[in-house]
Design a protein around this ligand. Structure first.
Ligand SMILES: Cc1ncc(C[n+]2csc(CCOP(=O)(O)OP(=O)(O)O)c2C)c(N)n1
Ligand SMILES: [Mg+2]
Length: 353
């Protein structure tokens, strides 16, 4: 069982998308990239299923669990454009939010490492000092997710300011939910990036809820992207359950950023296909909404598309799933065998006063 998984895994096998092909102005990934996207969407769903539906219920998870079920197309379609595998003057920097598991995976976190984090193990990215998505690692160009919603926006803008000062064409990817966009820090960060024309791609997952607050109580504009022109930057809303729409919109925004034309505010409409967290039954969400968005499931939809293109068939999909489950079996076994931190280690790197 114990596969050697180091605390600093190798960069993900995922290669950067073939950025080229544009059909009628739309960026279209090549066949290999399409399969990579499907793989990461399915891996993310399966890993989060284990965490939320198995391990959490077995009492093996030390903290809360927030998953992005139903939102996989956004992180995957966007992360295809993150430039990686180079040095500090080449790679992009990412500030993921709490429903962007795929971003962590595509930046090189293995499922085993993620599981060690959720189980509070010493070999996890926070060395057992946190129990969920509050993790990051600049070696993987991942700014640790900041729990205080909205605070990662000025950080992402600051990262982009560094790129500007160094004169590189790197980009800063900044993910957040529509609820976070109501925070003051969000507005300051977006405005700063706009005024300085910084290379940031702002990526909002509008999943209709911020915990129990529906989007109608969150903002008075119909679309969050309408705020873009208010800051003097483009805003665009797209279907967050269509990974190819996400790929296209983010690809164009990143290209703008790299050309020095400044930030873009992207809003992707989607739905949180579960509670806010594993302890929340989402009783406040009308059942009909769940049924409606179940029909728009981004993974089923993308699978259908790829079957239509004859890139996969039912047998290939089953094989893909079996490979993922086997990888997760190993990852769970590895993580469960990892030690907890020693009590004295828990205070290393923790500052107070
Ligand atoms: C400033 C702040 N207020 C409240 C919370 C608690 N909290 C964590 S996630 C969340 C909901 C966030 O909603 P949204 O930004 O739409 O993201 P989603 O969870 O829907 O992806 C809340 C209220 C927090 N982390 N930070
Ligand atoms: Mg939300």
């Amino acid at each position: 069982m114990a596969r050697p998984v180091s605390a600093v895994p190798k960069p993900a096998a995922a290669k950067r998308a073939e950025t080229g092909a544009a059909t009628e102005g739309r960026l279209v990934p090549g066949d290999a990239a399409l399969l990579t996207m499907l793989h990461y969407m399915k891996l993310t769903r399966a890993l989060e299923y284990r965490i939320e539906r198995n391990l959490y219920r077995q009492g093996k998870i030390v903290g809360g669990v927030y998953v992005g079920r139903g939102q996989e197309a956004i992180s995957v379609g966007a992360a295809m454009h993150i430039r990686r595998g180079g040095d500090e003057s080449h790679d992009d920097i990412v500030s993921p939010s709490h429903r962007d598991m795929a971003v962590f995976l595509m930046q090189g976190f293995t499922p085993a490492l993620v599981l060690a984090q959720y189980m509070g193990r010493r070999t996890g990215p926070t060395r057992g000092r946190d129990g969920n998505m509050h993790m990051g690692d600049l070696r993987h160009r991942l700014v640790a997710f900041i729990s205080h919603l909205g605070d990662s926006i000025p950080v992402a803008a600051g990262t982009a300011l560094t790129f500007r000062m160094r004169g590189t064409d790197q980009a800063s990817f900044c993910f957040f939910g529509e609820g976070a966009a109501s925070r003051g820090d969000w507005h300051e960060g977006v405005n700063f990036a706009a005024v300085m024309r910084l290379p940031v791609v702002f990526i909002c997952n509008n999943n209709q809820y911020a915990y129990s607050t529906p989007v109608s109580r969150q903002m008075a504009v119909r679309r969050l992207s309408e705020r873009g022109p208010g800051y003097g930057i483009p805003g665009e809303t797209a279907d967050g359950n269509d990974v190819l729409e996400v790929y296209d919109a983010v690809g164009r925004a990143v290209a703008r950023a790299r050309r020095g034309e400044g930030p873009t505010l992207l809003e992707f409409e989607t739905f949180r296909m579960t509670g806010h967290s594993a302890h929340d039954d989402a009783g406040y969400v009308p059942k009909a909404l769940f049924a409606e968005w179940e029909r728009k499931d981004p993974i089923r939809r993308f699978e259908k598309d790829l079957v239509g293109r004859r890139l996969v068939d039912a047998a290939a999909l089953r094989e893909m799933e079996a490979r993922i489950e086997a990888e997760l079996d190993e990852a769970v076994a590895w993580a469960e065998a990892q030690p907890y931190p020693e009590p004295r280690e828990c205070l290393v790197g923790v500052y107070h006063e």
